[in-house]
Design a protein around this ligand. Structure first.
Ligand SMILES: O=P(O)(O)OC[C@H]1O[C@H](O)[C@H](O)[C@@H](O)[C@@H]1O
Length: 289
């Protein structure tokens, strides 16, 4: 594996081994929780808190070839989201999720494990911390490198795919009264009235990173997603028609997932001069109903 030369010391609760497609991944099996993180995209594909069920959804058709983005888990969208604020950036969601990251350190922490990843590309130095335990805590920071140059808009999203028992039965609270851009209809300035229920294709950028709770009666649990310095929460489900158009998502899988993404995107993009940084995080916790 290309990571061999820089492999950090690993605690005994972790292993760096080839995963699906032979791709290098960090396996974590700590007393407080287990997880799997591919170096391609520093992409977390699984997290299960101790004694619980898997919280993160990864498609059974996900491609693990070290080139394509992985469908599911937590893709890191950076340094732009979608086509970016200018609308013409490629690849979609930036290069973070399709780049090989360096694993810098892995440490035991209060029953869990913290792994640190770095990536430097195109004038951006990214640092990503994954704290695996009874909660999952993800922190990303992006710094413009170099000493001179104009400000540029930077966006980021922790594009978390949550595993749900039945997406049509979940209720999402914490967004009431918040305005959002509806990317399905193209309408901005919509207002969330009451709890959110998923009844069709959903693609919304909310102007809030406050904690959101997903109540999932089929799995008998609630999942709380709390943004940290997140200006936005993106909620996405492709529904059946959208799933049919995605070759890396099985037709029935839209019913077992809901993306709830802590983000800094669109109107909230941060203009960074060289030397300036953007930080963003998410904390995910599960409770029985
Ligand atoms: O298919 P992807 O490039 O992974 O994007 C999946 C989705 O990501 C976000 O949630 C966007 O808001 C959606 O518009 C997009 O369809």
């Amino acid at each position: 594996m290309s990571t061999h030369a820089t492999r950090p010391r690993l605690p005994r609760t972790t292993a760096l081994t080839p995963g699906r497609g032979g791709q290098p991944r960090l396996l974590i099996d700590a007393p407080a929780g287990s997880a799997e993180i591919y170096l391609h995209g520093a992409h977390l594909t699984a997290w299960t808190p101790r004694g619980g069920k898997p919280v993160i959804f990864t498609s059974r058709r996900a491609v693990f070839d070290g080139a394509a983005p992985i469908r599911g888990g937590v893709p890191l969208c950076l340094p732009w989201f979608g086509a970016g604020v200018s609308g013409d950036r490629r690849p979609s969601h930036g290069w973070g999720r399709i780049s090989p990251w360096q694993l810098r350190s892995v440490q035991s922490r209060s029953g869990g494990v913290q792994a640190l990843f770095t990536l430097e590309r195109d004038g951006i130095a990214a640092l990503y911390s994954v704290d695996v335990g009874e909660e999952l805590s993800l922190s990303l920071s992006l710094r413009r490198t170099g000493a001179t140059g104009a400000e540029e808009p930077v966006e980021a999203a922790l594009h978390t795919y949550l595993a749900v028992g039945d997406v049509t039965a979940v209720e999402v609270t914490g967004l009431e009264g918040t305005t959002y851009l509806d990317k399905v209809t193209g309408q901005a300035g919509q207002v969330q009235h009451g709890a959110l229920h998923i009844v069709g294709q959903t693609d919304r950028v909310y102007a809030s990173g406050a904690p959101v709770t997903l109540t999932d009666p089929a799995y008998g649990r609630s999942v709380r997603v709390a943004g940290v310095r997140a200006a936005n929460t993106v909620v996405w489900n492709p529904w059946s028609a959208g799933a049919a158009a995605l070759t890396d998502l099985d037709d029935d899988e839209f019913a077992s997932m809901l993306c709830v993404e802590s983000a800094v995107v669109g109107d909230s993009a941060v203009r960074l001069a060289p030397g300036e940084s953007l930080s963003l995080g998410t904390r995910i916790a599960v409770a029985p109903l």
